[in-house]
Design a protein around this ligand. Sequence first.
Ligand code: WAQ
Ligand code: MG
Length: 252
Amino acid sequence: MSNGPLYSVRMRAAQGGAHEEGGRHISGGERLGRAEELERLAAELVRKALTHSRGTPDFINVTIEALPADAVQRLVPLPVSTIAVTSVEEGRERAAALLREAGVSEKAVRRGLELLKCSVNLRGAAILDARTGERLDGRGLKGVRVSRMDWDRDGYAQWLRDHPHLSSPRVAEALALATKVASAPGTVAELCWSDDPEYVTGYVASRGSGYVRVTRLKHAGDLSGGRVFFAHGDVNLAEYIRYLERQPVWIG
Ligand code: WAQ
Ligand code: MG
């Protein structure tokens, strides 16, 4: 790979107008790459938007931005495990137990689960106080979008050799995001399930537990989903959000 500037490539797509005009969120994505990769990365993100199970967007925004040199952090991906469950109820109970083990209070766990059950149009993540369950970010449907992270290409090839059964872009994207989120000192744990109607596997992640996939966290056909970051109550919120949105990170 060349040594020219590193770029952030981001996409967000909506239906019924842009997000800020009330459009419904369809898809988003974030990648990092060098100049010679930008056309391919942008094309992959446009394809992702246009082939999405949540619907066909009439608004697609692709942003490409050079990043300051020498600012990139490198992180080892979280270890991955999978809990197979036979019902959504069992899956949510297992997820709740994992969150409690990571240090999230019972009240905050319930708030987090309720928030994801009720969210059908959340574009980023909601940050909740891991003790009180109170929402800290105040960003509504926009939430906080973790950005400027991607797999190091060789690192991903190596990871795939070790995890051949997990070779989907969806898992790669989710693990990269969860690794960055877990590495932030303010994070206690994360809960996620997709807002895509056909994808029912979600996860709980934390530094202690790693990335724990739970095979059913919602029913097929359900448009609910999103992400909750449970944070320490004394977190410096502005600094925490700046790290999540802006710190460039290579995974792998
Ligand atoms: N930053 C913050 N929140 C995000 C981001 C981001 N970069 N990307 C997505 N979200 C939030 C947003 O609310 C989405 O609606 C929600 O997460 C779901 O995003 O088998 O596919 O991309 O190991 O639909 C996890 C399990 C799949 C993968 C998660 O999420 C596996 C998934 P989606
Ligand atoms: Mg989605």
